[in-house]
Design a protein around this ligand. Structure first.
Ligand code: 13P
Ligand code: SF4
Length: 319
């Protein structure tokens, strides 16, 4: 077997020996996604990763994604051991929303219901009334709006603006953004659409409004994959991290997928639109953390207890 195959076999063995399960996001390396699938773990969007991790009976969860995903898993299952291949795998949304500045923002607007995106630290979640992911944010805000609630939203300004537009809710927006999705550009996308007039455009709502405006479907990563499978089209332009193409192509093998263009790059750029932090997850460091038990996620128990309220609300709403 090749070196890679040997490494994969070793990881499988370690997962079995340690009663551990692998929970991966669609943006990580294809080999890790396949491993998760083959070993009874999960490959999914942020909402399903949280739910799967909470409900699984394994004693150890290995979260292949970025730090907020590991923290969410720990908050929901404090009794489990949560390992991550690289603890420095963060997210520009999380980095752009420091807990102290966020708390001051909330203090200035005590009349607003605080809704935060999953892509935040445990300390930010501890200050929130609701946590949402991209697959359920719209429904939750629509419900809060129907109850007459005014909303303070953080941190993604594009997702916030999209939800605001769709629901008509009164939303005060923190000005964060995802460095991957913020790079998709509408002028280049329009040109590409002319080149592929029959292609449907799938857009993640962390993208700018001008890109969302060109979409046939706007949704979370899972919703985008489902659309690729179900829509009656042969070609798709995809505005999200290119890691998703692995699963999309498996879900719809006879269809053609093109990653949406980013500034100054053509649509054929294979390395564009890829999260540098998701890319920190590899087979070597995955095997290492299982061997050594290094890179365990810890969340302060008081912070975790507070943060669990907003996450549980979302999971109950989703149930
Ligand atoms: P979802 O998979 O929930 O759509 O989240 C996208 C994302 O950017 C995660 O970092
Ligand atoms: Fe954060 Fe964007 Fe990377 Fe997702 S793709 S982890 S939102 S920086």
């Amino acid at each position: 077997a090749t070196e890679k195959e040997a490494l994969k076999q070793r990881i499988k063995q370690l997962l079995r020996e340690q009663n551990a399960v692998l929970v991966a996001h669609y943006y990580v390396d294809a080999d890790i996604q396949d491993l998760a699938e083959e070993t009874g773990g999960c490959v999914s969007d942020s909402l399903e990763m949280a739910r799967f991790g909470r409900d699984h009976e394994a004693k150890t969860l290995v979260v292949a994604g970025v730090r907020f995903m590991g923290e969410t898993a720990k908050i929901l299952s404090p009794e489990k051991r949560i390992l991550m291949p690289d603890l420095d795998a963060t997210c520009s949304l999380d980095l752009g929303c420091p807990a102290d500045e966020f708390a001051a923002f909330c203090d200035e607007h005590p009349d607003r219901t605080v809704v935060v995106y999953a892509n935040t630290s445990a300390a930010v979640k501890a200050r929130a009334d609701w946590m949402v992911t991209s697959s359920i944010g719209l429904d939750i805000v629509a419900d809060l709006h129907a109850q007459g609630k005014k909303i303070l939203w953080a941190p993604d300004k594009h997702l916030g603006a999209y939800i605001q537009k769709q629901t008509g809710a009164d939303m005060l927006l923190w000005q964060g953004s995802c460095l991957v999705h913020d790079e998709f550009k509408s002028v280049e996308l329009e040109t590409l659409k002319e080149e592929y007039p029959n292609a449907k455009v799938l857009v993640h709502p962390e993208s700018p409004a001008s890109v969302v405006a060109l979409a046939d479907v706007v949704g979370s990563t899972t919703q985008m994959i489902n659309a690729a499978k179900e829509m009656d089209a042969k070609e798709f332009i995809v505005a999200t991290d290119n890691g998703i193409l692995h699963k999309m192509q498996m879900a719809a093998p006879d269809k053609h997928f093109i990653v949406a263009p980013t500034a100054g790059n053509s649509a054929t750029c294979k390395s564009c639109a890829h999260c540098p932090w998701m890319a920190m997850n590899g087979l070597v460091n995955l095997a290492q953390v299982l061997e050594t038990g290094a890179n365990e996620i810890h969340v302060d128990s008081e912070v975790g207890k507070k943060a669990t309220v907003c996450i549980d609300r979302m999971l109950d709403f989703a149930a």
